[in-house]
Design a protein around this ligand. Sequence first.
Ligand SMILES: *Cc1c(COP(=O)(O)O)cnc(C)c1O
Length: 427
Amino acid sequence: MSIEALVENPSSPAESTSPASAPYDPTEFDASVMGTYGRFPIALERGKGCHVWDTEGQQYLDFVAGIATCTLGHAHPALVEAVTKQIQTLHHVSNLYYIPQQGELAKWIIDHSCADRVFFCNSGAEANEGAIKLARKYSHKVLEIEKPVILTAKASFHGRTLATITATGQPKYHKNFDPLVPGFQYIPYNDIEALENAIADLDEGNQRVGAIIMEPLQGEGGVRPGELEYFLKLRKMCDDTGILLILDEVQVGVGRTGKYWGYEHLGIEPDVFTSAKGLAGGIPIGALMCKKFCDIFEPGEHASTFGGNPFACAAALAVNQTLEQENLLHNVQQRGEQLRTRLRAIALKYPDIFVEVRGWGLINGMELNADIDLTAVDVVKAAMAERLLLVPAGPKVVRFVPPLIVSAEEVDEAAQILERAVEKFAL
Ligand SMILES: *Cc1c(COP(=O)(O)O)cnc(C)c1O
């Protein structure tokens, strides 16, 4: 099929396969793939916009979007066209050479953020690893700290590599993987006093705080927005001391919250920040941005074979240009308001089940009553039975992260489905 035909009818390749109707048999899969995930018993084989279809031909409304990743939904013509053209031209070359798409994407990010320089990699964890390395070198070279400490928040999530699980302030991610990476300490999120105490307590001899890493809104930790007052204070403390402020924008960056970056909700700019999930709409990419001390890495000190290749960068450029051209930030704000209003009405109707609805733009969470047995997974399963895909954020929070192109009708439909699913749990 030609590019032109593919672009005009992007979902035709999947549609042209014979209509499936068999449930997916996971026997071989489970015998071949490491069991690192608890999986729901469906296999998805096709998507269009905010909908996906499983191997039985069953349609689902997708409010997971690959976990806050498929910014433009599925099979968006702009993304299909960009990756199709790029793979037919040049999909990968080494960073030994100049990659124009990488330069163009970096320029785009710089023009749409506080960043002055960008480094590209392939995932959120890898971007955070880069930020941690940058923080360590900055602490040694600029702050002249012999044993630098990075402060990180309890209930945070920063990835699954050894350094990023250490940065993750949740013991369940550490279990069985010790010894962890030295040089991290945990403080409660949104707690100014604890922050001040930690910085003061650590200021002794050759050990001091060199950097702080925080999510603007904690995603995996239960959809907990950062508080303005806290982040203003955090920024001021970093300015006064030279401590590097790193924000992990992996889940909330690139329009997810109704602003381009999560930090825009908090009245501050970070020194360093990271992006990944939504940046290329589902094509693997990660990015490390810095505003200060951008020349801290010398050639050879940090690298990635795949990082910023033409394919991933062409995808990210298409996603970001579409965000702007289709004014999707406005859609995210409107649909977010609509969704929270609907979810709050459901929470009010079932006060024994739900305690709170919170979020920014199109990252929202419904917290379940801690005193009842019902878990987020129970609600996700019930919604899936009604053909709505949702994802837990911790044991007691149900997360809603649809594609940023979601329509008013789709938000309405999701709320109706959720209400049907929840009725079953009403006492
Ligand atoms: C998902 C996530 C990561 C890890 O990203 P991967 O691409 O899975 O490595 C890091 N930080 C935050 C805030 C995330 O949500």
